[in-house]
Design a protein around this ligand. Structure first.
Ligand code: PLP
Length: 373
């Protein structure tokens, strides 16, 4: 039996593997970079959703976090995190829960309208800090960066409230994900920063000081210095994935999660290997290769120390709910037997992780995932 077949005897069904050494290295690299730039790192914990993985960040010096829901804020507050930003436009139907959270932790919320600011002011008993969500080009949420008058108006409502402390301008430049080169990412980063600084100056003229918070893994991984920024909130960088690899924001050996999938059939006429591992195990995210092919994951072999480099020209090319179809080179097809394992490197690690209730480290140890929406 060769090494590939011997390794991982305990892996019997689709299993989310976590390469701890790589994740810790990613955590420490971003932390050092933030320290060098004198910027506050508030990582987004929606990527890993695990109190135990959160401790690896704490050991690296992280003391404040970002989450995407009130449930996630509760979970990490229980795990001892005292300074939490819910980086999603405030949901006014959860005011009571937010108020209870605000009684226990330093809570930071996002608003993008006068209505939300006024309702927060009226509905909360405890103090919260408030960021204005700004749309600096992504066009998802936020006050458009050009709408200075509206921005000033909402900022004034926050400033005048005894319960709300105005923090500044927060944006997520998610459009960096459409880039396919480091240069394209850094140029979006610069454009976003100039736009936020324009708004910051406009508020300054009104006598309203504002700090700046940005956060997307491509930008934060590829920019060398965060001059002009006060806080960064990347999340995906803890694991990275095929998307980040294609953008150029990580290297192959930075990717820290993979899904081990048993091979259940071989189809010689199509040169395809069929895996027990489909959309419910990986999420149905795809990227397009330079040659136009759409792929749903990269392929690697399990090794004694983790996993191999990506196997050249072999990809997960299709999937249904629980089947995955690998287009194999003749070499991979030949050497693979039914019952072997192949590892799928996910397209978007945040969405893949969200499907599991535990990671397994390379030695088999389980690390719980809270799985919150
Ligand atoms: N901040 C906000 C508001 C986000 O929506 C996200 C991700 O969607 C992040 C930060 C983290 O960005 P990334 O997933 O690129 O690490």
């Amino acid at each position: 039996m060769n090494e590939k077949r011997r390794a991982g005897g305990w892996l019997v069904k689709p299993t989310l593997l976590l390469h701890k050494a790589r994740a810790v290295n990613n955590i420490e690299t971003m932390q050092r970079k933030a320290e060098r730039s004198g910027v506050h790192l508030r990582p987004h914990f929606k990527t890993h959703q695990s109190a135990e993985v959160g401790e690896w960040f704490r050991q690296a010096g992280v003391s404040a976090i970002t989450v995407s829901s009130v449930d996630m804020a509760h979970y990490f507050a229980e795990a001892g995190w005292q300074d939490i930003t819910v980086a999603f436009p405030v949901n006014l139907r959860q005011l009571a829960e937010l108020d209870s959270l605000a009684s226990r932790v330093r809570l930071n919320l996002l608003v993008e309208s006068s209505e939300s600011a006024a309702r927060l002011d009226q509905g909360l008993k405890h103090k919260v800090a408030v960021w204005l969500k700004i749309d600096a080009g992504y066009q998802r949420t936020g006050l458009p960066w050009q709408a200075q008058d509206r921005i000033n108006q909402v900022a004034r409502i926050i400033e005048s409230s005894p319960r709300l402390a105005f923090k500044g301008l927060l944006t997520h430049a998610g459009h960096t994900y459409n880039s396919r080169s480091p240069e394209a990412v850094t140029s979006i980063y610069q454009e976003v920063l100039v736009r936020l600084q324009t708004v910051q100056k406009g508020l300054g003229v009104q006598g309203i000081p504002a700090t700046i918070s940005i956060g997307d893994t491509p930008g934060c991984s590829l920019v060398d210095s965060f001059a002009g920024v006060d806080e960064i909130r990347p999340g995906n960088y803890v694991f990275y994935d095929m998307t980040q690899l294609q953008i150029g924001s990580c290297s192959e050996t930075d990717i820290a999660v993979a899904v081990a999938c048993p091979v259940v059939a071989k189809h010689a006429s199509r040169g395809q290997l069929i895996l027990y591992g489909g959309a419910v195990h990986l999420a149905k995210e795809s990227i397009q290769l330079a040659d136009g092919r759409t792929i749903f994951g990269g392929i690697a072999h399990l090794t004694d120390s983790g996993w191999s480099r990506l196997i050249d020209d072999c990809y997960l090319v299709s999937m249904s709910q629980e089947h995955g179809i690998v287009q194999a080179t003749p070499e991979l097809f030949e050497e693979t037997e039914v019952g072997d394992l192949l590892l799928i490197i996910p397209i978007h690690s945040c969405l893949t992780v969200n499907l599991y209730s535990q990671y397994r480290l390379l030695d088999g140890q389980a690390v719980p995932i809270a799985r919150m929406l």
